[in-house]
Structures are given as C-alpha cells and as structure tokens.
Design a protein around this ligand. Sequence first.
Ligand code: MG
Length: 162
Amino acid sequence: MSACKFRTGLGFDVHKLVEGRDLWLCGIKLEHTHGLLGHSDADVAIHALCDALLGAAALRDIGYHFPDTDPRYKGADSKNLLQEVVKLIDDKGYKIGNVDITICAEAPKINPHIPAMQTLLAGIMKVDIDDVSIKATTTEKLGFIGRREGISAYATALIFKE
Ligand code: MG
C-alpha cells in the first residue's frame, strides 16, 4: 500500500492602488479608477496563489524565482508566472489538489468576475474549476484597504504526491 503525501502552503501579498494603471486580479482585467502598482502587472491574487503553491512544495517564494530587479519580469503577465510555478511544482513530482484565494478590496466589486477567474486559473493549473475557490471581502472601510490605498490577497494550496 502506497501512502499519498499531502502538503499545504500559504501565500500573502499586498499591492498599492494608483491612478494610471490597469487593475488585474486572478488574471482578469477589471474596470476601475485605479490599478495596482508593481514591477509586473501586480496581480496581487495570482502572486499570493504562486506563494501558496511554492510554499507547499518548499520552493521559496515568488520574489526568489522572479526578482523585481530583473528586467525580464517588468510588466510581466502574472499568468505566465503562475504557469512557471505550476511547472516547478510538476518538476518536483507534485500535483495540485485545490486552492483557496481571498481578495481583500474595498472596490471594485469582485464577485461578478469570480466564475471567469476560476475558469482561467483552473486552466493554467490543469485542475477542475471546482478545485479553485476565490472569495472577496472588504475590510469594512478600515485600514489601507478600507481607504482604497491598496488590495491584499491570501491564498492556500494543497498539493500531493502519489
Ligand atoms: Mg506581488
């Protein structure tokens, strides 16, 4: 009888909201007055997800693999970073079980976009849509998120090896 090896990981990220930038969340461009500032497209939710997956495999963090000092990642599409993380997980012999993401933002409304986000991320990770949970919350107008100065995201991931 062979044992299945399960591992979990946690990811967290924050980016600042500024004028004159597009707002990307979970690979989808949302209509908003502000966008997230960063070296890449600043998709805070994908970054948290990448860190959860890397953490589950004990593969350090997103900044270690894709440094923000590296011109190759300037303006990078975070979907491509996730693609590379999925490859690293696969190279280490793990499969992705499920992921769970929470996006903390005062605005815009994220809920209408969740099905499209799930479909997109499931495609990149080659898992079922049902294995990708995405949730949104505000912070009741408290703190930097409540003041619309930034958006944060948390993610957990389960990976396994048979
Ligand atoms: Mg980031």
